[in-house]
Design a binder for this molecule. Sequence first.
Ligand code: MRU
Length: 363
Amino acid sequence: MNIDSLPYRTIWPAEDGVAVEIIDQTRLPHEFLTVRLENLHDAAIAIKNMLVRGAPLIGATAAYGVALAMSADASGTALEEACATLAATRPTAINLRWALTRMQALLAPLPPEQRAHAAWQEAAMLCDEDVAANRAIGQHGLMLIQGMLERKGGPVNILTHCNAGWLATVDWGTALAPIYAAFDAGIPVHVWVDETRPRNQGASLTAWELRQHGVPHTVIADNTGGHLMQHGMVDMAIVGTDRTTACGDVCNKIGTYLKALAAADNGIPFYVALPSPTIDWTLDDGIREIPIEERDARELTHIQGRAENGDLVTVRLTPHGSPAANYAFDVTPARLVTGLITERGICKASRDGLSKLFPEHAK
Ligand code: MRU
């Protein structure tokens, strides 16, 4: 991904080889700032406070968090403590647990003196794999957009929710990867960007990165999608996911379920793009089994933006004393999902569909 024409990933080892650098996503779209993560604590705070966010990037940051921890202390106890600290940062995105399990499985059997080197190598490999998977998702999803263009002509209007773009991954994104691939192939696309209250990942992050890439888009209030669908202004929806069960139930940013309901009511295809580390093969029933993160109510009661004088300011939206509840994710049942776009191709959101693409996980 290019930012002001310079190629970037969202996470990379610092040139001095002792730290990791990230983009501070809490400052976007107003300021582009990179931050150094020097140790395990920095990595854990970056995930918890959402300097980095998005399921695949959370996993990548956790992997580098383990590498930072091993550079300081490569004992077995330190490895266990690092994984426990990072696992406790956010509960919903399964990529976090997946990355930590992978790091622990590799490092625990090694002698301590080999762990730091191996951890840095593995974290880098995990990032490269994320980029390759997302690029493949882009190519598979491109076919869907191409098909839509052939059926109805352009531009193809695609609705997306939250940020499942390159900022949510190491590069390319999941839901936005097909859109970038289509745009780069010359297909006329236009993206409806849900603002995605309360943290506004759509308005702040998706709009920013689409603009960096030059993709035509319009930011809409979260409740607008249903109206647009009723009036033929949405051809398809593509969203990301933080955890998809073995049966195809999709957990994603709060509000995704309502968009899927509206899409079903209007006969609009609703796709979910995901790399395979986002599949939780241990779960069937997303609604009952996936832990839903509840975040600080302040994210709902207050909002950050740039004032007319250029200052970044936070203002209160709600009356003092009104309680607020901040559920960060919801679950869209598999029956409302038209298809899952994975790095291995597109399948039905069902155990059968997923098992055909990933036979090594079939029960
Ligand atoms: O709370 P966030 O910003 O981490 O939530 C991100 C999402 O819900 C994304 O849609 C999901 O992680 C998929 S990212 C490719």
